[in-house]
Design a binder for this molecule. Structure first.
Ligand code: AGP
Length: 606
């Protein structure tokens, strides 16, 4: 899981390449490198560390070149070392290659190349590509032919870009199951893992599909089919995001900026065109067995949707983590597989959808990134319009997806007459009020949540508890705490406590409880029982609740009282509190907020 960027133009491109690869750092940031062309000689600079540090250390911006490729890495094969960092050069120094994905048959290829005398400097799967290019070029004296031969030989997944001193004005690239797109500017062409690699310089993109390769030069580009080698006419995609939207806008971290954008992104979700949503509702209505899937945060989005569909539309759709999908499901032509994905590139979800398609099932998705692999794969897609989510930790994208899935459940309920038009309108009003309520909470409660998070930032173990639809909220809020603060946090249904976990309650384990509004009588009362169980064992409880009677010291050790809101939107408001609590705990602990350890924005490997 890495970021690729390349540019070929009229003038010096080293600074453009630097900006582009820095924008891609959310995809991986343990090491990075660049290959540039000094007249007809390739120069490689690479090292362990973030883009800024590596560029500074190696004076990359001093180098002059009008063509180059760059890479930022998140290690999959081989440790984080300078030798394992991309780009990789061929032994003769005439090819420099960057790659994202996994070459699954690299071992036999490496063994064979070693027998033929090629020397390897890394432990990676990627390095075989550079040596194979050298080998095949030597026999054909034709770079394109050599590239096609390499692509036909390798197995696995890839986005590849390379440059060669034999043709110092061209970038070659190809993809299979790893995203890659071209940026088409005047007298400059780009290749990148996503739009942010070149959005500051052109809004015209060509999205490569599997089985295609492309050759870029300053003034032209060509995309070809790998099998036929014939040219393909590809449509230009106009990028709607502006570069400013991708930046921090005065917030200390993207995570906070994105939490604060939620009133806007929820409004965007509610403004989505009805016809697109209706088509998906039609798919749910027609399907004999529907599944909801996602992974990580989007699995919790799917779990949330499971409750919402059940409660509003009286339909039970299992939610499944995408990586478990194959072993659990029984699909046929009457099945519908609906997935959520922020990036639209997540390997587990993409594979599950491909599997569903292979069984003849219908597929649909809610996705944030237009032109992404999942967006293009499924039969019907909802582009959620949340704008770029730069922080590796998902916040605004997940809450918007929950809103969209709630609207889908309401539409389905109305269609099958599980609710009246009056109830539908009431629910819709509740959703429409949500952006303003969240704005108010962000304005008025952030300070208090900050103080609370700081006070308890030394807590080593948290139990996050919720019942019913508050259970996926507890899971997702706990995931935020783990991801950004590296603090142990376990989400659990409140009812689970008495089946074992109560034994853990002591001074080292604190609980956060998501309490529903009292109008949700049975869920509310059941949640209070869970709290009493913990308090009876002198456990610490932070209650996030909506009861206005003021402080309730007997029940809670600490409490955060929220304004009265309709039960439909109460869980979403509590999730925003969970996001802020994790964020402020992480800032107190001085964590690397936007690029936390061991996480990448789009997990494009198995
Ligand atoms: C979210 O904070 C995580 N980074 C992760 O769980 C993520 O939600 C998961 O990898 C799925 O990603 P996707 O939404 O891009 O498919």
């Amino acid at each position: 899981m890495c970021g690729i960027n390349g540019a070929v133009g009229l003038k010096n491109i080293s600074e453009l390449l630097f900006e582009g690869i820095r924008n891609l750092e959310y995809r991986g940031y343990d090491s990075c490198g660049v290959a540039l062309m000094n007249k007809t000689r390739l120069i490689l600079k690479k090292d362990v560390g973030g883009v800024e540090d590596v560029y500074r250390k190696h004076n990359v911006l001093q180098l002059q070149s009008n063509i180059g490729i760059a890479h930022t890495r998140w290690a999959t094969h081989g440790k984080v070392t300078q030798n394992n960092t991309h780009p990789f050069a061929s032994n003769d120094g005439n090819f420099a290659v960057v790659h994202n994905g996994i070459i699954s048959n690299f071992r036999p290829l490496r063994d064979q190349l070693q027998k033929e005398g090629f020397k390897f400097s890394s432990e990676t799967d990627t390095e075989v590509l550079a040596h194979l290019l050298e080998k095949f070029y030597k026999s054909s004296r034709d770079i394109e032919k050599a590239f096609v031969k390499v692509l036909n030989l390798i197995e696995g997944t890839y986005a590849i870009a390379f440059i060669s001193s034999h043709l110092p004005g061209q970038i070659f690239c190809a993809r299979r199951e790893s995203p890659l797109m071209l940026g088409i500017g005047d007298e400059i062409k780009f290749v990148g893992s996503d739009f942010s690699a070149f959005i500051d310089h052109t809004k015209n993109a060509v999205i490569l599909d599997d089985g295609e390769y492309a050759i870029l030069s300053r003034d032209t580009y060509v995309v070809k089919n790998l099998l036929s080698r014939e040219e393909i006419t590809k449509p230009i995609t106009k990028i709607e995001w502006d570069s400013e939207t991708s930046r921090k806008g005065g917030y200390p971290h993207y995570m906070l900026k994105e939490i604060y954008e939620q009133p806007q992104t929820i409004s965007n979700a509610l403004d989505l065109e009805a016809s697109g949503l209706d088509e998906i509702v039609e798919l749910f209505a027609k399907s004999k067995n529907s599944y909801l899937l996602g992974v990580g945060t989007t699995f919790y989005v799917a779990k949330y949707a499971k409750y919402v569909f059940s409660q509003i539309a009286q339909e039970f759709y299992p939610s499944i983590s995408s990586d478990e999908f194959r072993v659990l499901t029984n699909l046929n032509k009457q099945s519908l597989v609906f997935s959520a994905s922020q990036s639209g590139e997540t390997f587990d979800t993409l594979s599950a959808l491909k599997y569903a398609k292979s069984k003849g099932a219908r597929t649909a998705a809610v996705v944030n990134v237009m032109g992404s692999s999942i967006a293009r794969l499924v039969d019907k897609v909802v582009l959620q319009g949340s704008g770029p989510e730069i922080c590796v930790i998902s916040t605004k994208a997940a809450v918007s997806q929950m809103v969209i899935l709630t609207v889908l459940a309401m539409k389905l309920a109305l269609k099958k007459k599980a609710i009246t038009r009056k109830t539908y309108n009431q629910h819709m009003r509740a959703l429409q009020e949500l952006p303003e309520i969240i704005q108010g909470i962000l304005n008025e409660r952030s300070g208090f949540i900050h103080r609370l998070a700081h006070k308890y930032s030394g807590t080593r173990n948290w139990l996050y508890l919720g019942r019913g639809v508050y259970y996926p909220i507890a899971l997702e809020a706990a995931l935020k705490m783990k991801e950004v603060a590296y603090v142990h946090a376990e989400g659990m249904p409140g009812g689970f406590l008495k089946h074992g976990t109560l034994a853990m309650i002591d001074d080292d384990v604190s609980s956060i409880v998501f309490v529903p509004p009292p109008e949700d009588k049975s869920l509310y009362e059941a949640t209070l029982h869970s709290i009493e169980e913990i308090r009876a064992r002198s456990g610490f409880v932070l209650g996030i609740h909506f009861t206005e009677q003021g402080k309730n010291g007997a029940l809670y050790s600490e409490e955060l009282i929220l304004p009265k809101v309709p039960p439909l939107t109460a869980p979403l408001i509590q999730l925003v509190i969970g996001q802020l609590f994790a964020y402020f705990t992480a800032t107190s602990l001085k964590r690397n907020i936007d690029k936390p350890r061991s996480l990448a924005k789009s997990v494009t490997v198995a």
